[in-house]
Structures are given as structure tokens and as C-alpha cells.
Write a protein that binds this ligand. Structure first.
Ligand SMILES: [Zn+2]
Length: 106
């Protein structure tokens, strides 16, 4: 997983772990990023509550949010749904134009 270094902003997949912090250390500059403690029951309970809130309120936010449940979807089906969502909102061949300008394959 790529993440931006908090010290210099460079994206990097490589990080060493310093268990004292705990920190993720970016080898290119030595920047240290504290680990988010996301494995406890309290964190999971907050995420479940957030998910329930999103399910109940997504359509009424401004702008409204579109939820995509990927629990039982393949990566390909998720990509197709996201492409359709972007295409519907940007219209035409917006994804093709983005791919062309960014150098990404379609
Ligand atoms: Zn850095």
C-alpha cells in the first residue's frame, strides 16, 4: 500500500516499523508516521456506527453520497461500477480523456 510521507510528501510503499512508537519509518528521508491503532474493539464499534450512519444518511447529505457495497463483489465488478458512476456524472468519455491525459491505459 502506498502512503504519503508526512515529512516530505513523497509516496512510498517501503516503510520500516519502529515498534517503540509505533511508527512507520520512510527510508528515503527518515520521516516517521505514527501508526493508527485500528485493531481494538472501540475502533471497530466506531466504524460499525459510521457505516450504519452512512447507510441511513448517504442519500440526504449535500451532495448526496452514492454507496457501493463491495462485500461480495469482484474487483472487476467494483471497477465497472465506479467507471459507470464517474461516466454518469462526468458524461461522455470522461474516463477515456482522463486515461489519455494521464498516460494510463484504458
Ligand atoms: Zn519523506
Amino acid at each position: 500500500m502506498f502512503a504519503a510521507c508526512p515529512t516530505c510528501g513523497r509516496y512510498s510503499e517501503d516503510r520500516a516499523i519502529d515498534p517503540v512508537g509505533p511508527y512507520a519509518i520512510y527510508p528515503h528521508c527518515g520521516g516517521a508516521h505514527p501508526f493508527r491503532q485500528s485493531s481494538g474493539d472501540a475502533f471497530v464499534e466506531r466504524m460499525v456506527a459510521l457505516n450504519a450512519w452512512l447507510c441511513d444518511h448517504a442519500a440526504t447529505t449535500n451532495p448526496p453520497m452514492t454507496l457501493l457495497d463491495t462485500t461480495n463483489q469482484s474487483v472487476e465488478a467494483t471497477v465497472a461500477a465506479v467507471r459507470a458512476w464517474i461516466g454518469h456524472r462526468l458524461g461522455g468519455d470522461a474516463l477515456g480523456a482522463l486515461a489519455t491525459h494521464s498516460g494510463l491505459a484504458r
